[in-house]
Structures are given as C-alpha cells and as structure tokens.
Design a protein around this ligand. Structure first.
Ligand code: GLU
Length: 483
C-alpha cells in the first residue's frame, strides 16, 4: 500500500441466505478499519452464482447491517465512481480482463465434457495421483465463443510466499496450484476471478475475510501476477467457534439470522460490542465499547489468530448492561412491541414498573413472559381470581389469622398518604405490625390479596404499582372472601 493512500475495505457477501454472526463480524471489522482511518467502506454483492441466490437476501443483508449501524459509502443502493456494487451488473469488466488473459495466452476455453473430466479423475485416482486440470491442457486452444467455461492457465507452477496481517508469513507449494475457471458457461465469473477484478477497480486496500480462503490464496496470487496487479493487504479473521469451543459455529449449531436477535429484543449496541470482542482484543480490561470507541480503538494488529466463541450468555450480559443505560423513554419504546394489549407504555403503572422490569429482563422479549397469564406482573391486569384458601399462610394456615391481619394491614395502608404511596413508605408503615404479628401471617395474605399469584414481587412493590385505590379495593375483596 502506498503511503497516504486512502484505506478502502469491503464486505462482499453472496446473497445466498440470511446474515449470521460470522458474516456480520467480518463486515464490522472491515467497517471499523475504514472508519478508523477515514477511509471508504464498500458493500459489494457477490451474486455470480445464480443457482444459490436466495430472493430477498440483498435487502436482508442491508437491513442487518443497518440495524447494527454499519453504514457503507457505496453499496447495492449507492453505486460508486467505479459503477455498480452488484457483481451481476459488472459482467463487462470481468470479460474485459478475461480477454486480456486470452491475449496473453493465459486463459483457454475448457473443451471437455463432464464425462471426460470424470474419466480424468478416475485415471488419476487409479494412478494414486491428485487430479489436476493443468495436466490436461488442450494441445490446440480454440477461440472462446463465450459459451464454454474459460479456464485460467496458471503461468508458473512454483512455491508462493505471502504475508497476512493476522496469520503472519504463509506459504504454499505447487500442489495448491491448478488451472481454474474464471468465467462459467453462463457468462458469469467465478468468485476467484471476480473479486480480484473488483478489488482492483474499487481500489480496495485491505481484504478482511474468513479463513476458508487461505488455501486458495496461491491461485489468487498467480492471477494477480498474470494481470500485473499488486495484491491488497490480506487480513484473515479468526473463526467463530461454538460456545464449547470445539468447532466452528455453523448454521446447524444455531448460528441464526442476526435479525432474529433484533426480533428477540436485543439492542444493536450489545450485539456490536459482543461481535467486536470475538477475535479482537483491545489489550485492556475494558469490556463495554460504544461504536465510536470501537472505531477509535480498533487496530488490525490486535486481531487474534485463534478463534473466539460466540456465546449467547455473554450477549445476554451485554444486553442487560445496555438496557440499564437506556432512558425511560427509550426503554418504553423498545418495550412496547412486547407488552400485552392491556398495558400501555403511557400508563402510570407501566412507568412505575420500569425499574423493576429493567432488573428482571435480559432482552425485551422477556417482557412477554412477565405479563402473560402466569407471569410475575399478570396481577397488574385486573382484580385477580383465586381460591380463598390461598390467603392462608402455608406454615400456619388459619383463616382467622389471615382475616385479622388483613384488617389490621388495611387500616395501616389506608393511613399512607396518596402522594407518597411508594414501596418504601408502605414498608415503613407496615413493618412493625408485621414484626409483632409474624411476617408470614401479615405479608403472605397481603401479597395474595393484591396479586392472587404464588409468585410476584414483594407486597410493598405490588401495592405501590397498583396505586392506593386499587390496593385498598383488592384488600377489601380478600377480606370479604374470608369473612
Ligand atoms: N462472497 C464471498 C463470501 O460470501 C466473499 C469472500 C471475500 O470477502 O472475499 O464468502
């Protein structure tokens, strides 16, 4: 890379399905490197394999990146000075370079039928030799009609040495080199060829990508040489492992669509933070990073060689941290999708419950559970239905004791002023009465009177959330059940 050259990175997904954690982490690192250096970040769609394309993927990729705030300077919606960012719209440029190779005698139409290739393969197998296309180069090269696949003729079979920012000095020998298809019979280029031409035309300076491309790098280097292109800087990202660290995280191990995390009520800040720490180590004990801090602190030299794991428990922890930082307003916004119809984010009850709910959830979808029929906050909906026997404290069940203590509590609660009907004030008012008469005997029937539930927050919190009027109403209802 030339001194003072502007850094250009790209994220180059194939639109073959949803975006998973691995893809987004690659995008994030490429984005951070570009932003840190005031460079350019491109989103290039590699749609040259029409059979594998999944409808809607291009939009999905953009939605996933947008959710996380990973913005691109040029992308499928924003062509650059070099033209479209969608490979299927750049076919002319691949053909131009293919013709250059043909002129140099470095590309030939593949003359063989699949059956013939199969025969070569079997012959190689019986001879216990690796099958190589380059051993079957046609003696006479036909003119390319654009219909046969075009194969690149590796000009020199030699050992390649190259440097990777993360992996260090790498090398591979002759066995890694074989003639490969650059333009398929349908006129579309292969990944091996297209990315090299695009990276050149888009002035990409750094390639950040997964480790599965290391073994093909000698072929890429051979093509760079043939076209007299200076290769970009290689930055191979470490694999993302399963939680148990045994294997690479695959779609089958629950590497799910990142937008599912949005649907479950994770915050993009938390996701971004977790992803950044998979295979990148800031070298300090700092764990919480805003996007701006990541941009500021990011260095490719600190990307680790060994894999890091993606762990939903870690994500939960980060999400909980970011949820606790939200303003009440923002909290209500996020919560609204998950609240039952009967609970509005504008209601005083909801506003009073925010602190409590915040402590109880790791993601916003947990709210649904809190408010559903058996949830801890179901009692907020309406006067609960329950059997009178529930009002008896299990350790010393006595209807008379429960009735007496509810009547005593009613008097005390009535005396707490409306405008300070807080959990603390209610607790202070009731505490000595509860201590004198037995905490279980007083607090159990009170809590059941308010909630009708086995499990709920403590009675002071419940009363405060319900408000004084509703609290007294529910207590009187319990008293009449026992009388
Ligand atoms: N289209 C390739 C993929 O989705 C991109 C690899 C690269 O970044 O060069 O895996």
């Amino acid at each position: 890379m030339e001194k003072d050259q502007k850094i250009v990175t790209r994220f180059a997904p194939s639109p073959t399905g949803f975006m998973h954690i691995g893809g987004v982490r690659t995008a994030l690192f490429a984005y951070l490197l570009a932003r840190k250096n005031k460079g350019t970040f491109l989103l290039r769609i590699e749609d040259t394999d029409k059979d594998r394309e999944v409808k809607g993927s291009i939009q999905h990729i953009q939605d996933a990146l947008s959710w996380l705030g990973i913005t691109w300077d040029y992308g499928p919606d924003k062509p650059g000075p070099f033209g479209s960012c969608i490979q299927s719209e750049r076919l002319a440029s691949y053909h131009e370079y293919a013709l250059k190779l043909i002129e140099k005698g470095l590309a030939y139409p593949d003359p063989y039928t699949p059956a013939e290739v199969e025969k070569f393969r079997e012959d190689a197998k019986s001879a216990k030799e690796p099958f190589l296309y380059r051993k079957h180069r046609p003696a006479v090269i036909e003119k390319w009609d654009g219909k046969k696949p075009l194969r690149f003729k590796i000009p020199e079979i030699k050992r390649y040495h190259w440097h990777d920012v993360v992996r260090g000095d790498l090398e591979a020998g002759e066995d890694a080199l074989d003639d490969f298809i650059i333009i398929k019979s349908d006129g579309f280029p292969t990944y091996n060829f297209a990315h090299i031409i695009d990276d050149l035309n888009m002035s990409v300076t750094h390639i950040l990508r997964a480790d599965e491309f290391i073994s093909s790098t000698p072929r890429f280097l051979s093509l760079y040489e043939a076209l007299k292109i200076k290769p970009p800087i290689f930055v191979t990202l470490p694999p993302i492992l399963r939680e148990d660290h045994t294997k690479k995280l695959g779609k089958r191990d629950g590497a799910k669509d990142v937008l599912e995390y949005r649907a479950e009520g994770y915050l993009p800040e938390a996701m971004l933070n977790v992803l950044a720490l998979i295979g990148w180590n800031p070298g300090t004990t700092k764990e919480l990073f805003t996007k701006e801090e990541l941009i500021n602190d990011f260095e490719i030299e600190k990307i680790q060689k060994s894999g890091g794991s993606f762990d939903e428990m870690k994500l939960d922890w980060f999400n909980h941290q970011y949820i606790s930082k939200l303003s009440d307003e923002a909290f209500a916004d996020h919560a609204s999708t998950f609240l039952p119809e009967w609970m509005s984010t504008n209601s005083p009850v909801f506003r009073n419950s925010i602190t409590l709910i915040r402590e109880k959830i790791t993601r916003f979808s947990d709210i649904t559970k809190l408010f559903n029929k058996d949830g801890e906050l179901a009692f907020l909906k309406e006067m609960p239905e329950y059997e009178p026997t529930m009002l008896l404290w299990k350790k010393e069940p006595s209807a008379k004791t429960s009735l007496n203590s509810l009547e005593g509590s009613l008097e005390i609660v009535t005396s707490v002023p409306d405008n300070t009907f807080t959990p603390d004030a209610i607790k202070v008012a009731l505490w000595s009465y509860a201590e004198t008469n037995g905490k279980g005997n007083v607090l159990w029937p009170l809590r059941v009177a308010l909630t009708g539930q086995e499990k709920s927050p403590d009675p002071f919190v419940c009363a405060s959330l319900l408000g004084k009027e509703e609290t007294l109403k529910r207590m009187k209802n319990a008293i009449s059940k026992l009388s």
